[in-house]
Design a protein around this ligand. Structure first.
Ligand code: HEM
Length: 193
């Protein structure tokens, strides 16, 4: 490894810690994005049909899924200085829970935020104005990897199965954890080509 921080190479322990961070940050999040995308396809069959007809909409569809059910609902942060957010005074060193998931359901910004809205991914570009990957200098390092990987996975599912639909009588479980949003269980019925 050639990387240096402040003129010195990373120690082995730092490298290993970074690798662990990459595995943790990249694994469950991407798994949950794929899961949410499949759930969106099942709950909104007309959007599934549209995506089958226009596979070029996949990147924009995934942005809407990221907004709809953000795989990371929130992170703790500490204020570095006194500030004001949305009319609320925040003091230096105060702990904050920044809820990306709540921002992504802000009715002032998104009409019918709890719905997957085909209009929001009607064009190939879609919208990346959601904070599902955070913002600023700590913006997710793996955002584009997650986008590419999930697009391939969901695209392959659509290719291999002519229909993906709800399994009758199956109740999807609640979220397994609060911070990392993924269902405990979600089973679908598929028709192989
Ligand atoms: C759908 C998948 C993913 C989602 C929703 C997601 C979400 C996030 C969020 C919300 C943050 C915090 C950003 C902030 O504080 O402003 C973050 C940071 C991070 N993510 Fe991801 N992530 C995903 C996939 C990945 C992947 C695939 C990797 C790497 C292989 C990765 C590596 C990281 C790292 C290293 C950070 C810390 C960046 C920093 O502090 O500078 N993430 N991610």
């Amino acid at each position: 490894m050639q990387a240096e921080v402040d003129g010195r190479h990373l120690r082995d322990t730092e490298l290993i810690a970074f690798l662990v961070l990459l595995f943790v940050a990249g694994n469950e999040t991407t798994t949950n994005l794929i899961n949410h995308a499949v759930r969106a396809l099942v709950l909104y069959p007309s959007e599934q049909r549209r995506l089958r007809e226009r596979p070029e909409l996949m990147p924009a569809f995934l942005e809407e899924v990221l907004r709809w059910e953000s795989p990371i609902q929130g992170f703790y942060r500490r204020a570095r200085k006194d500030t004001e957010i949305g009319g609320v005074q925040v003091e230096k060193d105060q702990a904050l829970l920044v809820l990306y998931g709540a921002a992504n359901h802000d009715p002032a910004k998104y009409e019918c935020p709890a719905e997957v809205d085909g209009a929001r991914f009607a064009e190939e570009t879609g919208t990346r104005d959601h904070p599902a990957f955070g913002a600023g200098i700590h913006y997710c390092l793996g955002a584009n990897l997650a986008r590419i990987g999930s697009g391939i996975a969901v695209g392959l599912l659509l290719e291999r199965f002519s229909e993906i639909k709800e399994l009758e009588g199956f109740e999807p479980g609640g979220w397994a954890r609060r911070s990392s949003a993924g269902r405990r269980a979600f089973v679908v019925s598929v028709t192989a080509r």
